[in-house]
Design a protein around this ligand. Sequence first.
Ligand SMILES: *[C@@H]1O[C@H](CO)[C@@H](O)[C@H](O)[C@H]1NC(C)=O
Ligand SMILES: *[C@@H]1O[C@H](CO)[C@@H](O)[C@H](O)[C@H]1NC(C)=O
Ligand SMILES: *[C@@H]1O[C@H](CO)[C@@H](O)[C@H](O)[C@H]1NC(C)=O
Ligand SMILES: *[C@@H]1O[C@H](CO)[C@@H](O)[C@H](O)[C@H]1NC(C)=O
Ligand SMILES: *[C@@H]1O[C@H](CO)[C@@H](O)[C@H](O)[C@H]1NC(C)=O
Ligand SMILES: *[C@@H]1O[C@H](CO)[C@@H](O)[C@H](O)[C@H]1NC(C)=O
Ligand SMILES: *[C@@H]1O[C@H](CO)[C@@H](O)[C@H](O)[C@H]1NC(C)=O
Ligand SMILES: *[C@@H]1O[C@H](CO)[C@@H](O)[C@H](O)[C@H]1NC(C)=O
Ligand SMILES: *[C@@H]1O[C@H](CO)[C@@H](O)[C@H](O)[C@H]1NC(C)=O
Ligand SMILES: *[C@@H]1O[C@H](CO)[C@@H](O)[C@H](O)[C@H]1NC(C)=O
Ligand SMILES: *[C@@H]1O[C@H](CO)[C@@H](O)[C@H](O)[C@H]1NC(C)=O
Length: 305
Amino acid sequence: MDNTKRISLQAVRTAYIVVAISHLYLLVLVSESANATDPLGAIALPGCQDSCDGVPIPYPFGIGPSCCLSRDFQVSCNATNDTYTPYLFRAARVNYPVSSQCYNSTTKKVEYERYYAMLSGSSFRFSDNKNKFLVIGCDTLAFANFSDGQNYNWVGCASRCSSLEGLTNGSCSGLGCCQTDIPKATTIINVDFSAWYNNSDVYSFSRCSYATLMENDGFIFNTNYITTDYLKGLQMPLVLDWSIGNTTCDVAQNNSSSYACISKNSVCLNSSSGQGYLCNCSHGYGGNPYLEGGCQGLSLSAPLS
Ligand SMILES: *[C@@H]1O[C@H](CO)[C@@H](O)[C@H](O)[C@H]1NC(C)=O
Ligand SMILES: *[C@@H]1O[C@H](CO)[C@@H](O)[C@H](O)[C@H]1NC(C)=O
Ligand SMILES: *[C@@H]1O[C@H](CO)[C@@H](O)[C@H](O)[C@H]1NC(C)=O
Ligand SMILES: *[C@@H]1O[C@H](CO)[C@@H](O)[C@H](O)[C@H]1NC(C)=O
Ligand SMILES: *[C@@H]1O[C@H](CO)[C@@H](O)[C@H](O)[C@H]1NC(C)=O
Ligand SMILES: *[C@@H]1O[C@H](CO)[C@@H](O)[C@H](O)[C@H]1NC(C)=O
Ligand SMILES: *[C@@H]1O[C@H](CO)[C@@H](O)[C@H](O)[C@H]1NC(C)=O
Ligand SMILES: *[C@@H]1O[C@H](CO)[C@@H](O)[C@H](O)[C@H]1NC(C)=O
Ligand SMILES: *[C@@H]1O[C@H](CO)[C@@H](O)[C@H](O)[C@H]1NC(C)=O
Ligand SMILES: *[C@@H]1O[C@H](CO)[C@@H](O)[C@H](O)[C@H]1NC(C)=O
Ligand SMILES: *[C@@H]1O[C@H](CO)[C@@H](O)[C@H](O)[C@H]1NC(C)=O
């Protein structure tokens, strides 16, 4: 039986929904750069909470509907033991489960768990330069079927090993573990496995194969992943890029009531990974470009560490 699980990343649109489905999905938005915590004046809208559990929450993100730019950027900060505490200036990090195919030697059937994720219509997309499609297995050909919302394309990665000999513990070297890049502007991902490479030949030492999109940094291949069920359904960090709106800077600047780079001394940057734009403080200024008066002159006498 097909066991495809659909997980809508649109859940990031409201933190409450994230709480509701947190068994499947935990939104974990974390600070990408220490710069975000630079004490350069306000980072949130006036009257809004500017941190959650010590994690700064800079506008356009905000706690509660009136403290964020749009629902996409709404963050919830109430005590649960599910970690979904926020941040970001450039990226958000979420957890995404590993898809698997496992050969059952009793029933002689292949059991699949495939995870589908969709960001369509949101301000987020899968980061093309911070994630890789990762495939682990010894009798595996896995696909990542991607879409930018219009066209479907796919990339794949294959690995076949007749024994554990030759696998390198600690290094994703191609044998037992391979990685490939994904295209820009991807908002939908569908993980799939070729039925012809299904672990039936290697189940004596490797019953399962795995595939997922995950953050490049921080993954260390362990040969135990080949021989155990450890990765099955495990949540791995996945980086999302975000942007404001769906137009380039010059079009956005034309409408002063919706243009988001409202601070003096701010500049607009076209998103490098898809539609929309981001704001930055001009050279020599720091702070939050999305707030009035958010960009402040960097004092030459302050230590710039
Ligand atoms: C978090 O806050 C929201 C809105 O105040 C509430 O609906 C929800 O039940 C809270 N969740 C928990 C786990 O307290
Ligand atoms: C979170 O977990 C800790 C320890 O596991 C527990 O003491 C605390 O009550 C939990 N908090 C909530 C809101 O569930
Ligand atoms: C194989 O399938 C049988 C019948 O569905 C199930 O009871 C058993 O747990 C499966 N074996 C493994 C290792 O999952
Ligand atoms: C990719 O996914 C789409 C939508 O689910 C489907 O129509 C298409 O056949 C898939 N393509 C491949 C190569 O799996
Ligand atoms: C692979 O390396 C990890 C981390 O160093 C270690 O915990 C694990 O036992 C090693 N696995 C094997 C099969 O040697
Ligand atoms: C597994 O793949 C082999 C070909 O590599 C095929 O003959 C076999 O039918 C497949 N088994 C299942 C259960 O799909
Ligand atoms: C851009 O965003 C606007 C407002 O959210 C929406 O109506 C429009 O369909 C979007 N255009 C594209 C090409 O996504
Ligand atoms: C800006 O708005 C004006 C008037 O509505 C229009 O003529 C012009 O083409 C717009 N420019 C851009 C870049 O959208
Ligand atoms: C400018 O933005 C506002 C607020 O988003 C919107 O209501 C209005 O229609 C936009 N004007 C134009 C000319 O696009
Ligand atoms: C943004 O992209 C548009 C269209 O490609 C280009 O005309 C414009 O100069 C770019 N603006 C910036 C600030 O890079
Ligand atoms: C944003 O501004 C800071 C400070 O001027 C600068 O270091 C950084 O490179 C800028 N980022 C981009 C993407 O231009």
